[in-house]
Design a protein around this ligand. Structure first.
Ligand code: B12
Ligand code: SF4
Length: 489
């Protein structure tokens, strides 16, 4: 039987590979199953009319051509379809399911991914064209579903799923996360159009001007309890790590096959286990892989020894989730860090020459005008300590998170595509939630101001400190961007 894994199309085309579906694909292949991936984001199922494209904030926005997608799926003739979705693309995932059922209503449609995991029953209730829902990590479960369907058996004995039976939604016991990540085959990079992602990343300079084209996961799970985080719902609180040998083996294989030397480590927070990161660094140095690496980290998990070693091993970019400039709000969102740890982390990383970036959120449930002002000020105060770039996200209470439960009754909408970043560069940006006493437009205005002030303070700081390297860097990037726009179509 032929299984087709589909990544639904989006009006906002950010062409970044989805590791989840690539892991599932390689797992099915390693079990001898016939599987392929249809990455609708990369393959562009939008209308071909160039005038309908817009690039807003480094993303391409364009309407979807559903009938072309229908023709493509009918050419593939799948027997089983699996669809992956985050919250913001669950509606489009359902449109894909409708198409599949229109082509042949006997094809079982399986939905997986973070939204399905966070709202299992609600998802099957809201979206009637999904037949089976997979909770959590899908490699083993999907393989079991496909094998069971191939043998014509009942799926009711598979743990970790919800399914329909005689008009009812039934669920089987929850399954624990995968224990031995080293046993998983490496993600199926051959199954996705890597060259399209690479071109997109180069053209838009997406990911904060970082041209990383290899995406990587060396661990899953996170021991922390931030109230806004949905990741822990899928991957759990137990930090599960791949062995250093396994990580190096994949990196070597990847660089040899695809020539990439720049990697983004997508581990929720790579630096939780210092000892392991130190030995990863030792191996990277020993193997002379000469990589450029970016990663997410928490400000309370780094120290001088770690940062020094990371820099020597090829780490160049580090992103800290600082979230707010208010100690009170930090406590409310259970971030488990302090502002002084944030200052120290930025200072240390920049001391060792890491390109240091930080993310903040505006519009936490307990944010006030005063705490938002504190956030803007705190980000600016980090500039002299070495902060290079700040992102100011408008907070989204994501389904399944503690934050969602706290403000469920005050959300503006349950229209899931709007659970996407709302940005002051977008014409109709309107957050799904605003804290008491602050309007939606006011939040967007705060975001605009935060970016404007950060840019202003940053340039002021560079000019006052006669940072010639910075000025040459800006010129270089401008030239590169113009060059890419001219020659990469
Ligand atoms: C890297 C990353 C990004 C990158 C790349 C995104 C990408 N294309 O993957 C960037 C920076 C671009 C990004 C952007 C956004 N992200 Co993001 N991101 C992540 C991060 C840190 C890792 C993703 C990853 O590779 N995971 C590892 C893989 C193995 O896990 P997985 O994708 O969940 O897949 C497993 C299961 O879900 C399941 N599964 C998945 N699909 C399917 C399909 C089937 C059929 C089955 C059976 C099972 C199944 O099995 C998989 C393998 O075990 C996650 C957190 C996390 N750890 O997952 C957040 C996360 C996915 N992002 C999140 C969000 C909100 C966003 C944004 C909306 C943020 C914003 N404010 O704009 C955008 C949306 C972008 C988009 N439209 O693609 C949320 C999603 C929550 C939700 N309910 O949707 C997460 C969980 C973080 C959080 N805040 O809690 N993100
Ligand atoms: S540290 Fe990151 S991954 Fe861990 S709970 Fe907080 S936001 Fe989620």
């Amino acid at each position: 039987m032929k299984t087709l894994l589909i990544l639904p199309p989006e009006e906002n085309r950010r062409l970044i590979p989805r590791l989840g579906i690539m892991y599932i694909s390689s797992f099915l292949k390693s079990n001898g199953l016939d599987v392929s991936i249809l990455d609708c984001k990369a393959l562009d199922f939008s209308f071909r009319d160039k005038n309908s494209y817009k690039i807003i904030n480094n993303s391409i926005w364009c309407p979807i051509d559903w009938s072309r997608l229908e023709r493509e799926i009918s050419k593939i003739k799948p027997d089983i379809v699996g669809i992956s979705a985050m919250t913001n693309d669950i509606n489009n995932a359902h449109e894909v399911a409708k198409i599949v059922k229109r082509l042949n209503k006997k094809i079982p449609v399986i939905i997986g991914g973070v939204h399905a995991t966070c709202m299992p029953k609600e998802t099957l209730e809201e979206f009637p064209y999904f037949d089976i829902l997979v909770r959590g990590e899908g490699e083993e479960i999907m393989a079991e579903i496909v094998e069971t369907l191939e043998r014509g058996r009942q799926i009711k004995d598979i743990n970790g799923i919800l399914f329909r039976s005689n008009g009812q939604i039934l669920q089987t016991p929850v399954r624990s996360e995968l224990k031995e990540l080293d046993k998983l085959p490496f993600p199926d990079y051959d199954g996705v159009p890597l060259e399209i992602y690479t071109q997109f990343i180069k053209k838009t300079n997406y990911l904060d001007n970082i041209d990383a084209t290899g995406f990587y996961l060396s661990s899953r799970g996170c021991p922390y309890h931030c109230t806004f985080c949905a990741s822990i719902k899928v991957h759990g609180h137990k930090l599960r790590e791949r062995s250093v040998g396994n990580v190096i083996q994949e990196l070597k294989q990847y660089t040899k096959k695809y020539g990439t030397k720049m990697f983004w480590f997508w581990d929720d927070t790579l630096t939780v286990n210092k000892k392991r990161v130190l030995s990863l660094c030792e191996e990277l140095i020993k193997e002379k892989l000469d990589l450029t690496i970016s990663c997410y980290a928490r400000v309370n998990t780094i120290d001088e020894e770690l940062i020094r070693r990371m820099k020597q091993a090829g780490f160049r970019y580090i992103y800290y989730g600082i979230e707010t400039g208010s100690e009170k709000v930090l406590k409310d969102i259970r971030k488990d860090i302090t502002l002084s740890q944030a200052r120290e982390a930025v200072k240390l990383s920049s001391k060792y020459g890491l390109y240091t970036t930080a993310g903040f959120m505006i519009g936490h449930p307990t944010d006030t005008k005063e705490s938002i002002e504190q956030t803007i000020k705190f980000a600016n105060d980090l500039i002299p300590l070495g902060l290079r770039l700040a992102a100011f996200w408008v907070a989204i209470p994501l389904p399944g998170t503690e934050m969602f439960e706290q403000v469920k009754n005050r959300l503006r909408t349950f229209n899931w595509p709007e659970y996407f970043y709302q940005d002051c560069n977008m014409p109709q940006a309107k957050p799904v939630f605003a804290p008491e006493g602050i309007g939606y437009t006011e939040l967007i205005e705060y975001q605009r101001r935060a970016y404007r002030e950060f840019r202003y303070e940053f340039v002021k700081n560079k000019i006052l400190s006669f940072d010639i390297l910075y000025i040459l860097g800006v010129l270089g990037r401008r030239i590169k961007r113009v060059w890419n726009n001219l020659f990469i179509s």
